[in-house]
Design a protein around this ligand. Structure first.
Ligand code: SF4
Length: 171
């Protein structure tokens, strides 16, 4: 087997494997976020998912989008279209419940909401460390990777995952 030169581009198969690995590591980060925020909760009103109202969409690294794509594929669902009310397309039809709750991105787990319930001390340090880990694992998969808002991920674009990701079908 010949050794790869440092500037040789990875193959499609290598990129797919890299993003699959990044998605697996991302799930571990998400579990750690749940552990860090275990003493906090919210009413689960889905108000934070009304993105046209809050104007504060979560920002997702490509590996978080990959986790969502894999979830939708497991559920045999296509990537949903944008909603007319501007809420997150991953809400159910009534706009009340996240349909990918167990796989939701990091930003959806960190209670950026005034209705948070729990200890006044927030796990800011742990959250910052997890954000750094998320950034690092994405840059390991692709040194040009960058986060974008969840709204932007749902906008039609030709290559949802930069350089070789497996983008799901979109409408
Ligand atoms: S992914 Fe789920 S929790 Fe996050 S904004 Fe969308 S519906 Fe809400």
């Amino acid at each position: 087997m010949s050794a790869k030169l440092p500037d040789e581009k990875p193959s499609e198969a290598e990129l797919r494997l890299a993003w699959r690995r990044a998605a697996t590591e991302t799930r571990a980060v998400l579990r750690q976020a749940d552990a860090a925020w275990a003493r906090h909760s919210c009413p689960g009103s889905a108000e934070c998912c009304q993105l046209a109202v809050t104007k504060r969409p979560p920002w997702l690294w490509p590996s978080e989008w990959k986790v969502l794509e894999e979830r939708l594929a497991r559920d045999r669902r296509p990537v949903p279209p944008q909603r007319g009310d501007g809420a997150c397309p991953l809400l159910d039809a009534e706009g009340k419940r996240c349909t990918v709750y167990e796989d939701r991105p990091l930003g959806c787990r960190t209670f950026f909401c005034a209705r948070i319930v729990g200890p006044s001390k927030l796990p800011a340090e742990e959250t910052n460390a997890l954000l750094e880990r998320l950034k690092a694992l994405n840059l390991e998969a692709d040194d040009e990777a960058a986060p974008r808002s969840i709204t932007a991920w749902f906008s039609p674009h030709p290559d949802p995952l930069p350089r070789g990701g497996e983008g799901a079908t979109r409408r």
